[in-house]
Design a protein around this ligand. Structure first.
Ligand code: DUC
Ligand code: ZN
Ligand code: ZN
Length: 487
């Protein structure tokens, strides 16, 4: 039977193989891989190009209200279009609960936002800010069964943070139900205490954001989150890790065989706190939490990508415009405490890592594929449908020209932010053609996908969320004596 589309003569790369050959696609899926495949309705010449799995961006904020009530600049149309232009074919944004809200209602709201607009496929993580008995006892177990198998919790932000006891409740539930917890690990009181003193002394400029979000605050919370997860014997993912101190905590836990996973983002490889120290309020464009650090921290992050401490590299795309609707709610008088936190990155996530990682020989192509696609699909229960190039997998592909040189400008991007922290950066390597479930969505710099053509992806309970079966010694002893588990 004829293929719908055949991509011919490209260098096909996965985490386990690289070969020059053809990909045959039928009904949205990869139907054959090989040499000189049979006829197709459409042939695409990929000689001299790299054919990689489409990226999976498992940490991005799209059409989400922040806990301060600020709406992101990107909706599910601009967000997914921007992702697609950057070689990403699946996103996993958040359905974010604000305190007092039913999680089930929140999920309905986000579906209503995404369904008519998304041009590529999407799943959802949940943000749990109010783990009531109803949420823990009924809503979360039912939602996990329905394909929402990961959730993010926060250790900072007034309206999001959980206490350690609440974190333990959520972790124990994740253990019981087979879900994966992601954590924003920063010590809230340290940040607030420093910020208060900085503001009292008149230091409201953006650069003081980085001072208040001290590395020790990240390290302490990372250690505490890891200890809470170890206590209840459940895997945990520390998201957006920025600095060597937190990396060492994760490395140590991994060295003891624990399932503590790590994620980092472009802002920790390509920006530093010096970027936040720009004249006037310009530095607000670089304010995210945790903040970018220094050259030594960047080096530690590269090293952790190379040696496997980090499994996933995501954008943490959190798009806020440089005006009253986003970064500057009080105009010229806005202090670092009032700015929406976050930087855009959906579109440039892959080109940045390709150019500076693969191009500068810090990473191999298969490490690039693992860190940008396959590991995300595995981490969140979407593998092997997403994240790889294999017979039976969705035909989600990005065809890269490794020689294409691009100087980044906000005007060439497709998000609605209006600036990029990477303005003027020179990159080599670009995704020229992007295919989602066999549909050519980007070609010759043009979008070909319809609004609403992206599909929702229910996630399986991920392998990564399986407990080790290692109970801490004092609990093991007590549980033997009392004859039943404590949680
Ligand atoms: N920090 C977050 O926790 N979320 C969105 C962006 C950011 O900077
Ligand atoms: Zn976060
Ligand atoms: Zn985030």
């Amino acid at each position: 039977m004829e293929f719908d589309l055949a991509i011919r003569g490209g260098t096909v790369v996965t985490t386990t193989q690289s070969f020059v050959g053809d990909i045959g696609i039928r009904q949205g899926r990869i139907a054959a891989l090989g040499d000189a495949l049979g006829p197709a309705t459409r042939d695409m010449d990929a000689k001299g190009r790299l054919v990689l799995p489409g990226g999976v961006d498992s940490h991005c904020h799209v059409e989400q209200e922040s806990s301060m009530g600020v709406m992101c600049a990107d909706d599910f149309y601009s967000g997914t279009v921007s992702a697609a232009f950057g070689g990403t074919t699946t996103i996993i944004p958040f359905a974010a609960q604000h305190r007092g809200q039913s999680l089930r209602e929140v999920v309905k709201t986000y579906h209503a936002r995404a369904e008519p607009k998304a041009v590529i496929d999407y799943a959802f993580h949940l943000i749990v800010s109010d783990p009531t008995e109803q949420v823990l006892g009924q809503e979360l177990p039912a939602l996990i069964r329905d394909g929402y198998t990961s959730f993010k919790v926060y250790m900072t932000y007034d309206k999001l943070k959980l206490s350690d006891a609440q974190m333990l409740d959520v972790l124990a539930l994740a253990r019981r139900e087979g879900a994966l917890v992601m954590v924003h690990a920063e010590n809230h009181d340290m940040i607030q205490w420093l910020a208060k003193r900085l503001l009292e002394q008149g230091h409201g400029a953006p650069k003081f954001h980085a001072v208040s979000h001290a590395r020790l605050a990240e390290k302490e919370a990372t250690y505490r989150a890891a200890a809470l997860a170890e206590l209840v014997d459940v895997p945990l993912l520390i998201v957006h890790v920025s600095a060597g101190e937190a990396i060492e905590v994760i490395r140590e836990a991994q060295g003891r065989g624990l399932r503590l996973y790590g994620e980092t983002c472009p802002q920790y490889l390509f920006l530093t706190a010096d970027d936040i120290d720009k004249p006037g309020l310009e530095g607000a464009k670089f304010c995210c939490s945790p903040p970018p650090r220094d050259a030594a921290a960047q080096e530690a992050v590269w090293q952790a990508l190379k040696d496997g401490v980090f499994q996933v590299y995501s954008s943490d795309h959190a798009p806020y415009r440089f005006d009253e609707t986003g970064k500057l709610p009080k105009g010229a008088k806005t202090t670092f405490k009032e700015m929406a936190n976050g930087v855009p990155g959906l579109e440039l996530r892959l080109p940045l890592l390709f150019s500076e990682g693969v191009g500068k020989k810090r990473l191999t192509l298969s490490q690039f594929v693992a860190l940008t696609a396959e590991n995300h699909a595995r981490m969140y229960g979407l593998y092997p449908r997403k994240g790889t190039i294999a017979v039976g997998s969705d035909a989600d592909l990005a065809i890269w020209d490794p020689e294409r040189e691009v100087t980044v400008a906000a005007s060439m991007l497709h998000d609605k932010v209006g600036y990029t922290p990477y303005e003027g950066v020179h990159l080599k390597g670009w995704p020229m053609t992007v295919i989602s479930r066999g549909r050519v969505v980007i070609e010759d710099g043009t979008l070909h996908a319809e609004r609403g053509s992206g599909q929702f992806l229910p996630c399986a309970k991920p392998e990564t969320a399986k407990p080790l079966g290692r109970t801490v010694p004092e609990l093991a002893l007590t549980q033997r004596v009392i004859g039943q588990p404590l949680f």
